[in-house]
Write a protein that binds this ligand. Structure first.
Ligand code: MN
Length: 247
């Protein structure tokens, strides 16, 4: 099985060197997301030479209030990587000014990325799924992946109509609600992630190899052979990375 993790905070593991060794040994393609433009260079450096790691540039919505001034740096660094994340909206914050600022930043992120047409963007949408999907729209020139989607079935349906992808982590398959939501997503729109170290698998912090449990969970949920599921998921990733979309 060829495994991959499209959303992992590699730079936030205290023992990231060990995690990188594991990734390289098990050959798990990993997109290392970052939370602010100012940490992108260092995060790239820690994975320098790693064949299976790609570092993404991000500006996490929960940090936008403190870090929005780094948006210029985001734009400057954007040509250094094809991968973007973690970006998006988080409306756990009830502060309307913060929400507006997040939207402004996310709009700029989407516009700058659209200039390239081949960006792979991993997007956070907690309590803001409808707004995120509306902002991306149905003709976005790039690959947009909704990471840890937890919106309504109605928003999910719209996201599917718009051609968006969904990355699933182990925590999403634990509860009935998450499983029901994931069951509504066709296999050809799914990818795997861990969101480590923020997700736990049992008592341990998730590491990229835990995407294997997502593959088996999806196979069980969809009543399909795990090997076939892993092949389809890998095709999804490859297709996303070989497509360039223009407006
Ligand atoms: Mn994350």
């Amino acid at each position: 099985m060829r495994l991959f993790d499209t959303h992992c905070h590699l730079d936030l593991y205290p023992d990231y060197d060990n995690v990188i060794d594991e990734i390289e040994r098990a050959q798990i393609y990993t997109i290392a997301v970052t939370n602010a433009p100012s940490v992108f260079r260092r995060s790239s450096q820690i994975a320098e030479g790693a064949r299976f790691v790609r570092t993404a540039i991000g500006l996490h919505p929960e940090l936008v209030g403190q870090r929005y001034r780094e948006l210029g740096l985001f734009t400057e660094l954007l040509e250094e990587t094809r991968y973007v994340g973690e970006v998006g909206l988080d409306f756990v914050s009830p502060d309307q000014r913060d929400r507006d600022l997040q939207k402004k930043v996310f709009r700029t992120v989407l516009e700058r990325c659209a200039d390239f047409g081949d960006k792979f963007i991993t997007v956070h949408s907690r309590r803001a799924a409808g707004d995120v999907v509306d902002m991306v729209g149905g003709a976005y020139p790039g690959t947009v992946v909704l990471h840890w989607f937890s919106g309504s079935s109605k928003v999910l349906k719209r996201a599917l109509e718009y051609g968006l992808l969904f990355s699933v982590n182990p925590a999403m398959l634990v509860g009935e609600k998450g499983r029901r939501l994931v069951a509504q997503i066709p296999l050809d729109r799914l990818l795997t992630e861990t969101d480590g170290p923020f997700v736990k698998v049992g008592d341990s912090v998730a590491r990229p190899h835990n995407v294997a449990s997502v593959v088996s969970g999806l196979a069980e949920l969809k009543n399909l052979d795990p090997v076939r599921v892993s092949e389809t998921l890998f095709d999804n990733l490859r297709n996303a990375l070989t497509t360039k979309r223009t407006r």
